[in-house]
Design a protein around this ligand. Structure first.
Ligand code: FES
Length: 162
C-alpha cells in the first residue's frame, strides 16, 4: 500500500500526460526517490494507474539503469564504461571511485551513502569520461575532480565519517 502523499503525487504526474502509460517512468522515478526503491507495491500500483500489466512495468524497470528494485544509496555513482569513455580513461575512473569508496560494481558503502556501478553509454560521449550521480552528469572527469565531488557529497552528510 503506497502512502497518501505518494498517491496524490501520482495523480498529479499522470494528469500531465495525454497517455497514461507515458507517465510510467516519471512515476517510477518519483516513487524511488521517495521510498528508496521500486518495490513490488510500487510496480503493482503504477501498472494499475497507467493501465498496463505489471510485467510491462517490470520490463521498463529492468531497461533503465537509474531504476532499482533493491534499496538504493543516497548518492548513486554510475560510471560510464562505454566505448568513448573507455578510450578516455573510464576504467581508471571506475577503479579510482572503487578504491576511494571501498566498494565494487553494484555495491553500496556500509553506511548506505554511496553506491557504485558501471553502466553503458550515458549519452554524454562528447564529455567522456562521464559519470552520473543521481540526476546530475559529470563530464571530462579527472581523478582530482572525482575526489572533490566525493568530498563535497560527504560534507552534505553530517553523520558521515568516511
Ligand atoms: S560512451 Fe560514455 S557517455 Fe557515451
Amino acid at each position: 500500500m503506497i502512502s497518501e502523499m505518494l498517491s496524490r503525487k501520482f495523480d498529479q504526474i499522470i494528469a500531465r500526460y495525454p497517455l497514461k502509460r507515458s507517465a510510467m517512468v516519471p512515476l517510477l522515478l518519483y516513487a524511488q526517490d521517495e521510498i528508496g526503491q521500486v518495490s513490488d507495491e510500487v510496480i503493482a500500483e503504477v501498472a494499475r494507474r497507467v493501465e498496463v500489466r505489471p510485467i510491462e512495468v517490470v520490463e521498463v524497470v529492468s531497461y533503465y539503469s537509474m531504476l532499482h528494485r533493491q534499496p538504493v544509496s543516497k548518492h548513486q555513482l554510475q560510471v560510464c564504461t562505454g566505448i568513448s569513455c573507455m578510450l578516455r580513461g573510464a576504467d581508471e575512473v571506475f577503479e579510482h571511485c572503487a578504491k576511494k569508496l571501498g566498494v565494487g560494481h553494484k555495491q553500496t558503502t556500509p553506511d548506505g551513502l554511496f553506491s557504485l556501478e558501471q553502466v553503458e553509454c550515458l549519452g554524454a560521449c562528447c564529455g567522456a569520461p562521464a559519470m552520473q550521480v543521481n540526476y546530475d552528469y559529470y563530464e571530462n572527469l579527472t581523478l582530482g575532480e572525482i575526489d572533490q565531488l566525493i568530498t563535497e557529497l560527504k560534507k552534505k552528510e553530517p553523520r558521515s565519517n568516511m
